[in-house]
Write a protein that binds this ligand. Structure first.
Ligand code: ADP
Length: 612
């Protein structure tokens, strides 16, 4: 309960003024409800009991109408304040989610499915709406108005007051019982929704692949399964909600019946009270219970919202790497590898607040030295394990990581890049742990050219300039495109650099995408280049262009390549040889040929045309 409400109370404390306004309106609403009952009882007494003339009660009826109008206005006002609170809270929560996603450290950014994150940022935040727009105003009303009604009833007829006092607690008691059950259900519902969205988006993004692999049918079944799971979770909540309403109605009807019976006995049998008092109490009692009943419904939506808010909170905690360690649910079912990443994120966040250094203290364009200091890494317990001794990569050195497929080349590159954090040991940049460096400053100096660079939906020009971190002139873009060997391709296009590429735009081949990534790098002029050499054979021309461009870029940078081409391997200053996750040896091509039989074997296979 405490954990759950921390985000909510944060939102509440920012909206104190609106809460005060809610309290004031609720008090006025209570006064209006009581006044309306008093005026109505008075009017009925005069017209039906005292048989007063219509003209003598016109004033009274006018007043009654005015009070009714005021009451409606106040109810509307309460709703309006609630809506404003909800919209501010949602705005703040969305901003917090976006903020945490954009500022999260790399490893935490890479965790989880995109669809799941979208569902939290959009749907879960939306679901939080009713907590502020419904639950809070109703709770405020329930805290003030019933007490007012109770006081008036006690003053009029203590017996009815006692009956109300004794029956009323059953309503919140019942609500708490139901609420406890709904809370788990609603969290379950969100887990289902996130899974459903994740699977759905994933399938959409991979639709072409799925079709080619003839897996579309199976994926369809997968979507059906998770959508049915979501339906069941929703139906579960609805079932509880309906039972809840039914039970509440029964309690309320029974209670009103008891009060009415007591009033009737007093009025008719003992003749101990006036019609006016009895009627007034009879008017107030349903108001009393209806308020408590509404609270029940609001309580239910409040609970559902809390499940959603909890989801948002969880995401904020996860992406922030658990800024409040005591708040984290650790242990049960968390894979050690992931857990470790969380812990490392915490270190990085902590360090961030204190002594952050830029990786390149004086001249940012000078390549740094990078040391792999007894790295160990696992994706999950008992899975693939990567290990290195201490290896120092000198500034400006050109390194080739080689090894069989699955030997851990890419994992090592990701550890160097900072996309993964080692389980133990550290990557040191300029003799300082990389985690102590500001992540943004580090990524400003690094360029990672993967085999499948991501092309954003937009123009060629926008895609080239995206990584530059500054405004880029058209001439610079053209030059970068030229250096990356894109000129011929761009010239073919009707709209040149303004042609739309990426999703919904013109498709690009693998080689073209890598050249686009290279053009980005030419604008950025990174001090560290991480390059995942294409495994598939490119045409001779593309291959040459890529090699030439990379060589130009690498002149003034430390370059680390996951190498598959003999050409690249032979030219490297140093080769890191990976075998089953272990960095076995490092040295020049000729040295390794002599002292490492596995390496000689691999090179031999390569010469005969086999790729690693
Ligand atoms: P290489 O680049 O040499 O082909 P990788 O570094 O990609 O090898 O993979 C090394 C091992 O790690 C493989 O066994 C692979 O299955 C495993 N692996 C890679 N990525 C992940 C991941 N995200 N989660 C779990 N295991 C992974």
């Amino acid at each position: 309960m405490k954990r759950k409400t921390s985000l909510i109370s944060q939102q509440m404390s920012g909206q104190r003024k609106r809460l005060m306004l809610l309290a004031a309106i609720s008090l006025a609403l209570g006064a209006a409800i009581v006044s309306q009952a008093v005026l109505l009882a008075e009017a009925v007494q005069r017209i039906f009991v005292e048989r007063a003339s219509f003209s003598s009660v016109v004033m009274l009826l006018g007043l009654l109408l005015a009070v009714m109008v005021v009451r409606t206005g106040l109810s509307y006002g309460n709703g309006k304040v609630g809506l404003h609170m909800a919209s501010s809270a949602k705005r703040n929560m969305r901003a917090a989610v976006l903020q945490s996603l954009t500022h999260a450290s790399m490893p935490s950014t890479l965790r989880g499915q995109t669809g799941g994150k979208v569902s939290v940022a959009l749907d879960a935040v939306d679901e939080a709406d009713s907590y502020f727009s419904l639950y809070m105003p109703r709770m405020m009303e329930a805290a003030i108005i019933p007490i007012l009604i109770l006081v008036v009833t006690f003053m009029q007829h203590a017996n009815s007051g006692f009956i109300m006092l004794f029956t009323a607690p059953f309503i919140p008691l019942f609500m708490i019982l139901v609420g406890l059950k709904t809370k788990n259900k609603s969290e379950e519902k969100y887990a289902q929704l996130a899974e459903f969205s994740g699977t759905f988006l994933d399938s959409l993004q991979g639709l072409v692949t799925l079709k080619i692999f003839g897996r579309a049918q199976r994926q369809q079944q997968e979507i059906e399964r998770s959508s049915l799971g979501y339906r069941d979770a929703t139906m579960g909540i609805l079932r509880i909600a309906f039972t809840n309403t039914f039970m509440l109605e029964s309690i309320v009807m029974l209670s009103i019946g008891v009060v009415a019976l007591e009033l009737a006995i007093q009025l008719l049998v003992f003749k101990s009270m006036s019609f006016h008092t009895a009627f007034l109490v009879l008017l107030l009692v349903p108001e009393f219970y209806s308020l408590l009943k509404n609270t029940g419904t609001a309580f239910h939506s409040g609970r559902t919202s809390m499940g959603a808010v909890r989801k948002v909170e969880q995401m904020l905690e996860e992406t922030a790497g658990g800024s409040k360690p005591a708040d984290r649910k650790e242990g049960a079912g968390t894979p050690v590898g992931i857990d470790k990443i969380h812990k490392d994120d915490r270190i990085s966040t902590k360090v961030k607040e204190g002594t952050l250094q830029t990786p390149f203290s004086n001249d940012v364009s000078i390549p740094p030295s990078i040391t792999l200091d007894h790295l160990q890494f696992r994706y999950a317990p008992d899975s693939f394990k990567l290990e290195t001794d201490r290896v120092q990569l000198r500034p400006g050195e050109h390194i080739a990581i080689v090894g069989k497929s699955g030997s851990g080349k890419t994992t090592l590159l990701h550890l160097i890049a900072g996309l993964l954090n080692p389980t133990s040991g550290e990557v040191r940049v300029n003799d300082r742990p990389r985690l102590q460096h500001d992540e943004t400053a580090w990524f400003e100096r690094v360029c990672y050219i993967t085999q499948h660079p991501y092309i954003f939906a937009g123009t060629f020009a926008e895609n080239i300039a995206i990584d530059a971190g500054r405004s880029v002139s058209r001439a610079e873009m053209e030059q970068a495109a030229d250096e990356a060997g894109l000129t011929a391709l761009v010239a073919q296009l009707e709209q040149g650099l303004d042609t739309l590429v990426g999703e919904g735009g013109r498709g690009l081949s693998g080689g073209e995408k890598q050249r686009l990534a290279l053009a980005r790098a030419f604008l950025k002029r990174p001090a560290v280049i991480l390059f995942d050499e294409p495994t598939v054979g490119l045409d001779l021309h593309t291959e040459r262009v890529l090699q030439r461009s990379i060589a130009t870029l690498a002149k003034s940078a430390t370059m680390i390549t996951v190498a598959h081409r003999l050409y690249t391997i032979q030219r490297a200053d140093r080769i890191l040889f990976m075998d089953h996750g272990v960095l076995v040896d490092s040295g020049r091509h000729e040295e390794l040929l002599v002292r490492l039989p596995q390496y000689a074997e691999m090179v031999d296979a390569q010469r005969k045309g086999g790729l690693t």
